[in-house]
Design a protein around this ligand. Structure first.
Ligand SMILES: Nc1nc2c(c(=O)[nH]1)N[C@@H](CN(C=O)c1ccc(C(=O)N[C@@H](CCC(=O)O)C(=O)O)cc1)CN2
Ligand SMILES: NCC(=O)N[C@@H]1O[C@H](COP(=O)([O-])[O-])[C@@H](O)[C@H]1O
Length: 204
């Protein structure tokens, strides 16, 4: 339970690749736009730009994957240990491509957020990540897409929806133009949502 208070929100961020949402959250904390601190960045990808961005920002970063922990339950436990030791109040998945395990889900139930680049429940679930989502949206002839921030449960994209915003699909949109426009909107949307949580306006 995230209680309304003036204490900084300690945020652990998970990212697998580029990490632009992670960077937006780090920057917002540093600017004072979000009463928070990114206490850890975790990636399953040792070569990710996300880990490099975290190193440059001076944020504690961890490569935790099936390469470092081949046994799934050991990886699950290792992630729990890092989250506990980092003092994380809340977990923000931001382009994290792997399924969180049962131990992490139990330890942080109700306090794990994920951002998804569509209006869930449409275009979610296994295989629906990154540009595959925008490809499906355009392929279906949708006039509107959007961004969803939801709580994370065992199955992909099934948790309670916390906030959504709509984004128009333009006539000439390609996968590239749409993904760029959605990603740009995600950055402010994630920061706004975390701010509302830190202020107790959104109660988890
Ligand atoms: N326990 C949970 N873990 C995660 C969730 C979740 O809701 N529950 N959300 C995902 C993020 N996500 C969508 O928002 C998502 C990410 C990845 C996939 C997917 O199909 N992944 C592939 C593997 C892709 C790869 O290895 O690069 C797969 O599982 O086959 C779907 C949805 C984060 N974790
Ligand atoms: N299903 C999960 C999913 O598709 N997540 C998406 O991955 C991108 C990560 O970008 P980033 O690494 O630059 O923040 C974002 O568009 C996010 O919505």
């Amino acid at each position: 339970m995230i209680s309304e208070n003036t204490a900084k929100l300690h945020i652990a961020i998970f990212a697998s690749h580029t990490g632009t949402n992670m960077q937006a959250i780090i920057d917002a904390c540093r600017r004072g736009d979000l009463n928070g601190k990114v206490c850890a960045v975790i990636s399953n990808n040792s070569n990710s730009q996300a880990l490099e961005k975290a190193r440059i920002a001076g944020v504690s970063e961890y490569h935790l994957s099936n390469k470092t922990y081949p046994e799934e339950d050991e990886l699950d436990e290792a992630i729990c240990k890092v989250l506990t030791e980092s003092g994380a109040d809340i977990v923000a998945l931001a382009g994290y491509m792997k399924k969180l395990g049962p131990k992490v889900l139990k330890q942080y139930r109700g306090r794990i957020l994920n951002i998804h680049p569509s209006l869930l429940p449409k275009y979610g679930g296994k295989g629906m990540y990154g540009t595959y989502v925008h490809e499906a949206v355009i392929g279906a002839g949708e006039k509107t897409t959007g961004v969803t921030i939801h709580l994370v449960e065992e199955e992909y994209d099934t948790g309670k929806i916390i906030r959504q915003c709509e984004i128009e699909v333009l006539g000439g949109d390609t996968i590239d133009t749409l993904s760029k426009r959605v990603l740009e909107r995600e950055h402010a949307f994630y920061v706004e949502t975390l701010k509302l949580i830190s202020e107790g306006v959104i109660k988890l």
